[in-house]
Ligand binder design. Structure first.
Ligand SMILES: [Mn+2]
Length: 270
């Protein structure tokens, strides 16, 4: 069973980002529930900026699951990445993500590492940077395993990171780790830029995939661009994917219309 989710961003600094909802938590959850989404994915300033009891109450009230928690604020607000040359910053990044893992795990949801993976700095050593990423994922993967969830690592497109851009590169990297608790995020917008063929890549590396970000070719809501979702949905069913496909798309023309278009395209294809 493939489950639908909508993103809700609660971080004013990233208000212009690709999130379906960015109003307050309660009204966003109510709208997601009314439209028929199975879950919500949250972007918060940090793990302690959200009251878990309040979240629990609203998840129950609106019959929603927590699909995942994003860690992007760790970089945007706090300037933290797992590959910063400064060991103190790497340590803080690990601690920030570790707290997010604990928060998500209370609801059985994974934390996602996207922009907090960082970059090889200009003139920097690529192998050394990948070693920093490896160290971080080993520690955080084990932490996730201890609390019964996966950690989700997201390959990003070339304009957002120079580390790992494709499912293939991500899968090979995860395979080289000792920890068995890290899975890939297949983000259909990044994949539209980096993959030769989206369904083929999902078929080949699907067993590494633990979360999917749903967006059309231009990061608009699914159904508004030129990506074909039927073959993507077919492959996900074929490989027995049973996680969330979560709408991480611009709220074009507004949040409610984007959410409606997303759920309509989801129900038609998935
Ligand atoms: Mn994404």
């Amino acid at each position: 069973m493939i489950l639908s989710a909508a993103t809700i961003a609660l971080v004013p600094q990233i208000k212009t980002g690709p999130w379906i909802f960015w109003d307050d938590l309660e009204s966003s959850m109510e709208k997601a529930s009314q439209l028929g989404f199975d879950g919500v994915e949250l972007f918060t300033e940090s793990a302690d900026s959200l009251d878990p009891d309040f979240l629990q109450k609203n998840l129950e009230k609106h019959s929603l699951k927590l699909a995942a928690v994003g860690t992007g604020a760790g970089k945007v607000i706090h300037g933290l990445t797992l590959t910063d040359p400064n060991p103190e910053i790497r340590e803080k990044a690990i601690s920030f993500i570790s707290d997010m893992i604990s928060l998500g795990a209370k609801f059985g949801a994974p934390a996602i590492i996207g922009s907090m993976q960082g970059n090889v700095p200009q003139g920097g050593d690529r192998e050394k940077t990948l070693d920093f990423l490896r160290e971080g994922l080993e520690i955080l993967g084990e932490k996730a395993g201890e609390v019964g969830v996966f950690l989700i690592y997201e390959p990003l497109n070339r304009y957002e990171t120079n580390l790992l851009n494709t499912l293939e590169a991500g899968a090979k990297f995860l395979d080289s780790l000792k920890t068995r608790h890290v899975r890939l995020l297949a983000d259909l917008f990044h994949m539209n830029i980096e993959e030769t063929n989206l369904p083929d890549s999902l078929r080949k590396y699907g067993k590494f995939v633990g979360h999917v970000h749903l967006a059309d070719s231009h990061r608009g809501p699914i159904g508004s661009g030129h990506t074909s979702f039927e073959p993507i949905a077919s492959v996900l069913k074929e490989i027995g994917y049973s996680g969330f496909v979560s709408a991480e798309a611009f709220p074009w023309p507004d949040s409610e219309s984007a959410a409606k278009m997303t759920i309509d395209t989801f129900l038609k294809n998935f």
